[in-house]
Design a protein around this ligand. Structure first.
Ligand code: OXD
Length: 310
């Protein structure tokens, strides 16, 4: 049987070996740098590998990202070098992301930052109760993750819209599609939640110009990718009062450097890229099925379009 090569910047190889060999008992699962004969490798399961990581694997047929995002693969300018680029699309991760985004929306909607401040000051103050139906939540990106977050938030009665490349028909979620619709989407958004994939088009998308198009007092939630947000522009918009608060799970540099202003900014909540962590046990069925298909010469699923880069 051909072999699978596992290579990641984190130490999840034991979990993946256990989860995959439970499903394919005779799987030849090799962990980098123990590659063995490179010509055996037909499938690579990877996360954040250095440029050139797939050189010297003459029979490689598929590279699968160990997460929903694949921008780490395209960071290598010479990628793709394989017939198939795959990713994990896991309902468990979709649920986790929806929970995290809902948590941020509810915290801002229910004046959490203000009440947290009142507690620090030992002040018993009641603010006017907010109205759910008139709170406008805007989801940037209606892929698997954004769609689940949007429907979860809409189910609570918020006024939800989503912006995506092409129009979507999601119940109770108003669809705005394409660059021409972005300004109208922003103008009606009180809580902006980004779950876009990182592509050349979405890099630096959340910049001073975009933030200025949100209503005064809007909130920003980012669980897409750090490079989509121009961090200095957000800091300026927070300091001017135009943006009232931000909850961030992704950053341009991770781990967030110790001297970064976000750590201590009173209007920013920092999370260490945990909104939807890859789960080997829930992701293994689809990865095992794709390994079987690749080894058998059949087309895989959860494929990535190399031109769109997601
Ligand atoms: C992912 C991530 O892409 O965890 O899955 O960021």
């Amino acid at each position: 049987m051909p072999a699978v090569l596992f290579r990641s910047d984190n130490d999840s190889s034991d979990e993946w070996r256990a989860a995959l060999t439970k499903r394919i008992p005779d799987l030849d699962f090799r962990v980098w740098p123990e590659v063995g004969d490179p010509s055996d490798i037909e499938f690579a399961l990877v996360w954040k590998v250095p440029a050139g990581a797939f050189d010297g694997l003459p029979n490689l047929k598929a590279v699968c990202s160990l997460g929903q995002g694949v921008d780490h693969l395209f960071a290598d300018p010479d990628f793709p070098k394989t017939p198939h680029i795959l990713r994990i699309v896991d309902p468990w991760m979709g649920r986790a992301m929806a929970e995290w985004v809902l948590l941020q929306v509810l915290r801002f909607h229910r004046q959490g930052p203000e009440y947290e401040q009142f507690q620090r000051e030992r002040r018993w103050i009641k603010l006017p109760a907010p109205e759910t139906a008139t709170r406008r939540v805007g989801i940037l990106g209606l892929g698997a993750l954004g769609t689940e977050a949007a429907t979860t938030i809409a189910a609570l009665g918020f006024d939800v819209a989503g912006w995506s490349r092409t129009a979507k028909g999601i119940a109770n979620v108003t669809s705005y599609a394409g660059p021409d619709a972005l300004d109208a989407f922003l103008a009606r958004t009180d809580i902006l939640c980004c779950m876009l994939p990182l592509t050349p088009e979405t890099t630096d998308l959340i910049n001073a110009d975009l933030l200025a198009k949100l209503p005064k007092g809007a909130f920003v939630v980012n669980s897409g990718r750090g490079a989509q947000l121009v961090e200095d522009d957000l800091l300026a918009a927070l300091d001017s009062g135009h943006i009232a608060g931000a909850a961030l799970d992704v950053f341009r540099v991770e781990p967030l450097p110790g001297d970064h202003p976000f750590w201590v900014h009173p209007k920013v909540q920092v999370w260490p890229h945990v909104s939807a962590q890859t789960n080997a046990e829930s992701g293994a069925d689809q990865v095992a099925e794709n390994i079987r298909r690749i080894f058998a010469g059949h087309p895989p699923f959860n494929t990535v379009d190399p031109d769109r880069k997601y």
